[in-house]
Design a protein around this ligand. Structure first.
Ligand code: NAP
Length: 292
């Protein structure tokens, strides 16, 4: 990379639950935003607000100074970066930022291949859920070079409030794995506490008023626990995406010879949901495993 680009145009690939809001913030901030999504109709609202549709990730990349990807699975990341009409082949003097939760090894591969083409890159997965994306209050965990991080920071600041460089390529994804390991056991605990409240005859809403203000408080209890109580299982975060994350985290832990029994158990419960056809529920749907 000889020089980093002046950032006026931003490409956004993947405008689902998270990307939709995030691309909207970049438009609202005055950037020229170029979009591509597998299902084209999901870009309609953004195009109506001034975003420009292109027919492939590569087309988006060749018209953008920064290209952000927010797709679903590592296989989707592979496809948009390295597939036909992919980003790596088409980007020029650009910064590539993958914000998908994906594997650390794939983040390093993107960084290597990007560097060979003189492109800069960051892995920058997020936490904060659908609400964090909507309110531009995401936590963004970044891996990459410090000068690239500094240059891209004004863009990331339009999306989040906690934005920290954790280390070199892949370290953002490793940090996100720490987050997912915490979340997996936490939401299991929330489902167990609320199942107990319901079975013993307490009013779970009133229980939440007590315990939601104490040491157990947090997004998993206060936001997702509240959705459990009213049986609102609509996805803010898909079970199938959490299974993807826990599979990556467990594989990394096995490699490090680190035993994580909570992660192993939580993963098996979410996999049980998937075998029941509940993979597109939100993660709060785990309470159905206890109260079926
Ligand atoms: P989502 O709603 O499924 O959004 C992903 C979007 O990427 C979809 O619109 C999908 O297209 C598109 N896409 C997938 N593969 C593509 C490809 N090859 N080319 C073009 N577009 C493609 O999921 P999400 O909830 O926004 O999550 C996105 C990522 O962020 C996931 O890795 C997830 O684990 C992570 N994450 C999610 C949350 C959350 O609370 N939701 C929080 C933190 C991190 P279609 O419309 O055709 O499906």
């Amino acid at each position: 990379m000889h020089s980093l680009p002046k950032i006026t145009s931003i490409g956004f690939v993947g405008v689902g639950i998270m990307g939709q809001s995030m691309a909207g913030h970049l438009l609202a901030a005055g950037y020229s935003v170029n979009v591509f999504n597998r299902t084209k109709s999901k870009t309609d609202a953004l195009v109506a607000k001034g975003a420009k549709w292109f027919d492939s990730p590569g087309e988006v990349a060749s018209h953008s100074d920064v290209i952000i990807t927010m797709v679903g699975f590592p296989s989707d990341v592979e496809e948009v970066y390295f597939g036909d009409q992919g980003i790596i082949a088409s980007a020029k003097n650009a910064i590539l930022i993958d914000m998908t939760t994906s594997s650390p090894s794939l983040a390093r591969k993107i960084a290597d291949e990007a560097a060979k083409k003189g492109l800069a890159s960051l892995d920058a997965p997020v936490s904060g859920g659908d609400i964090g994306a909507r309110d531009a209050k995401l936590t963004i965990m970044v891996g990459g070079e410090k000068n690239v991080f500094d240059h891209a920071l004004p863009v990331l600041q339009k999306l989040g409030t906690s934005i920290i460089l954790q280390g070199g390529p892949g370290m953002g994804q490793h940090t996100k794995m720490c987050n997912q390991i915490v979340i997996a056991s936490t939401i299991m605990g929330v489902a167990e506490g609320l199942s107990y409240a319901i079975k013993v005859g307490l009013d779970p809403t009133v229980v939440l008023q007590s315990i939601g203000g104490g040491a157990a408080s947090g997004f998993q209890l206060n936001v997702l626990g509240a959705r459990m109580i009213v049986k609102d299982y609509a996805a803010g975060f898909y079970v199938e995406h959490l299974i993807k994350d826990l599979t990556i985290a467990l594989a990394e832990a096995v490699q490090m010879q680190l035993d994580l029994p909570g992660l192993t158990l939580a993963k098996s419960l979410f996999e049980k949901m998937a075998t029941k056809g509940l993979h597109r529920d939100g993660t709060q749907g785990i309470i159905q495993i206890y109260l079926e």
